[in-house]
Design a protein around this ligand. Structure first.
Ligand code: TRP
Length: 336
């Protein structure tokens, strides 16, 4: 038997709403890269999800392609993983409708992200924003994913995905694999450099809140210098020192040293010294990624090939699931 077929399926998506930050890199993509050998991985750019809030079409289009290039530059390997753009596989939108018909108004109303986003976008509380978790459930269930690496902000969306899948299976037989959260050990949540109580976000209005993985060395060092730290000067990891603890998490993940080793390395050195050191380290780590990214963007033809190839592989799996779904529901397919 082919061992490849035995691998568990891992799937995740990222929205093309900005150049990835150091938070996306440490919290997600670096781990996506690591698990490629062990799992059958699918990674996609969730451009349809981005329609739930108003964005400039030109920018979304550009960022979609940039995001594919960034994934590859960060080490996602198309020989091991399937990389694609969500809108290139129309099955996502199709399954989303079916699942919407099996999701209750009440359960979607309870989603904290919906409540959050609708209070922030009071003039555009569209049905897509409400149905966002259903499209996400379709993304996951189409590929019979066993694991989904997600941050805390998406945990509720995975739970509703499991609820929808279980409900569907109970009604129509064993159609969907029930996905599990894939929890990573370290550095899962990198916080804003200006407000260490909120997550580092690529759509933050203040660029000093995040390090973009395309920032130059000077900018990176400047942003770390400006990072909010705590009132004393000790480089110690502690819950009541969220600023320095966040920086220490970054340092530890990028250097491969433990938090303890980091504390020892900088004992008695002061924040200024540490901030320069972390700036240098991060800039040096990102340089080869930036170089690879620049090269990839020069070769549009190659990128297009990558996208087409990925979409083709993804479509095969997705179509198989959707056919099974339609059959179970009595939705007549063409080959009846
Ligand atoms: N909602 C996710 C986010 O904003 C992106 C996403 C869309 C996703 N579909 C997914 C993540 C499926 C994991 C699985 O971060």
């Amino acid at each position: 038997m082919n061992m490849e077929n035995k691998k568990q399926v891992m799937l995740s998506g990222i929205q093309p709403t900005g150049i990835f930050t150091l938070g996306n890199y440490i919290g997600a993509i670096k781990n996506w890269e690591k698990v490629q050998q062990e799992y059958k991985c699918l990674y996609f750019i969730a451009n349809l999800h981005s329609l739930t809030v108003k964005n400039d079409p030109k920018i979304i289009k550009q960022l979609t392609l940039d995001s594919v290039a960034l994934l590859l530059a960060c080490g996602i390997d198309i020989k091991k993983s399937i990389v694609f753009i969500q809108s290139h596989v129309p099955r996502h939108a199709e399954l989303s409708w079916v699942l919407a018909c099996h999701t209750q108004f009440g359960e979607l109303s309870r989603m904290t992200q919906f409540k959050d986003k609708s209070s922030k976008n009071a003039d555009n509380i569209n049905a897509g924003l409400f149905c966002y978790p259903v499209l996400m459930a379709a993304d996951i269930l189409l590929y019979q994913a066993n694991y989904v690496p997600i941050g805390a902000d998406q945990k509720q969306h995975l739970e509703i995905t499991r609820d929808i899948a279980n409900r569907f299976n109970k009604l129509y037989g064993d159609i969907f694999e029930i996905p599990n959260p894939y929890i990573q050990k370290k550095g899962a949540r990198i916080m804003s450099l200006q407000d260490p109580t909120s997550k580092m976000s690529k759509s933050d209005n203040n660029p000093n809140c995040y390090i973009s993985i395309l920032d130059t060395k000077d900018v990176i060092i400047k942003k770390f210098k400006r990072a909010v730290t705590d009132s004393d000067t000790n480089i110690i990891y502690s819950d009541d020192k969220p600023g320095i603890s966040n920086l220490m998490t970054i340092y530890s993940v990028i250097s491969g040293k433990s938090i303890k080793e980091t504390e020892q390395e900088f004992a008695g050195k002061g924040y200024g010294y540490f901030k320069t050191a972390i700036g240098e380290l991060v800039a040096c780590h990102l340089k080869p990624i930036q170089d690879k990214y620049e090269k990839l963007l020069e070769d549009k033809k190659y990128l297009q090939e990558v996208c087409l190839n990925g979409a083709e592989q993804a479509s095969k799996i997705a179509s198989k699931t959707l056919n099974k779904v339609y059959k179970s529901l009595g939705i007549l397919t063409k080959n009846f």
